[in-house]
Design a protein. Sequence first.
Length: 573
Amino acid sequence: MKKKIFMLMALALCFTFNACDPTVDPIPEEGVDISLNKEELVLEIGQSERLVAAFDPVDASNTAHTWSSGNPKIASVDETGNVTGVSVGETTVAVKALDGGKMATCRVTIVEKFISVTGITLDQSECTMIEGDELVLVATIKPSNASKKAVSWSSDNKEVAVVSTEGRITAIAPGEATITATTEDGEKTASCKITVIARGAKISEADVTNITSNSALVTGHVEVSGVEVSEVGLCWATTQNPTIENQSIKSSSKQGVIYTIRNLSAETTYYVRLYAVIDGSVKYGNQNIFATLPAVDFDIPEISDIAAHSTVVNGVVYANGSKLDETGVVYGTASMPTIDNNKVVVSDENINCSIYDLLADTRYYVRLYAVVNGQSYYSEEVEFVTNEELIVKFAPTDYYENRLILKAKAPKGYTSVEVCYNTKPNPKITDNTATATLDKNGDFVWDLTGLAKGTTYYIRPYSRTGAKIDYHEEEVSTETLGGTYGFSNGSSSYYGDRKQRMHIDYVLPQGTYMVSYEKNVYTYGVNNTETGEYKQSIYIDGGKGTFYIEKDRYNAHGEVYVMDIERNIIFHY
């Protein structure tokens, strides 16, 4: 008896030491694990399907097991695991391992008629999630009375999103994944595209537009993802990576900024970026760089209407947001003129002005200018040369009773000249005006018609610059035929079948003249009606006199020319 007690005490001590010693393996549980090939089974009444049991370890020596039905009136099961539908309802079929007594179950549903699954849909086809968030997708089986509605779930990118057997999605990391639900009956599928974004706020780069010399419009936005943004704003500086310690403004919106920065310096580089206060910490977006415009810009001046003593200047001054104190034109005979030289004040952005009192045949330099805050700015320089003095003295070359043709040598640089005339001295533009144009020989030619017979006309050129009229001193006068000078037909005689002779009386200024004909008119002689030889041309002396011509009696047309061989003055009749 004492020996038995000692052995029991020794065994108890052994168990005690084993329990306290962590290096000693625990006593393994006895028996085997058992499982079934299906967790759910749907059968019609009278239909059978066999369940299969599996053991762990697979090489267990004792795999004896028993089957049982929770409600044999709904579904029965035999000793081989063959399940048969008895009546409509649900029950559980269990299998139990005899070695250890562990169990596995299958939910069994018995229906009158098995209705197959025809399709499946999800309540969302795509969605965006923030990393760490969860979302449950709801699957709908078609038809709604399908007998077997079991669904399996899968993710094609588990590094981005995973899904549970109930359709609960967990966002893991930024990226994209497709979650697919598959019906057990018929393997019908439906999918949802998941986009996972990082938790935080995405601050856009500042967008800069409407840049002037002293302002710029800045816009940007902030996209928030699962964080608290308490403030959004804008900061800028002339150095890189500005912060709220530099110049900054707080936006009235937590979604973005629309703000015009003012009081900037002209022709200066600025750096600008958005900021957001996220969970109490300031974060910045990427910076943008822009440069303000000059205080003013200019078109290159355009020069037109160049005359001997004047010209016209056109151009545009661009304020670029600056307040213009004064604008205009500066000019001089030396390059790069300033407002300390000659200037014409316009005080408008659009420059159109005339410059007077220039020297003839002289090179000038011109610039536009603008004054901003007391500082002067200038455009590019252009140069031009004024015309020579417009000294034009017209002289008549052809005399008629109602017409005069006059010519004058054209100064260099002129292609036409304006002329005024009247029957009184010192004509003005309020009298009669005309334009003399340049011929191929470089002379101004003026054909003056509609005149009165035997009348003296006074003529002088003029020039116009803007509203200013300059009359030239070289006034001339000349007379149409029929007054002091002229021709008259005397008697005529006929001989032969076609000939006609006639004498012409004339009064001409002193000089020697050559009389010639055009077409079928022939000159004959001077102061002699009986003798003489018909010639193409003859010479006569000025004063009063007579010469003779011969014409075709029936085709007597053409003109007779009387030319001063010294002065090229031609009388036509």
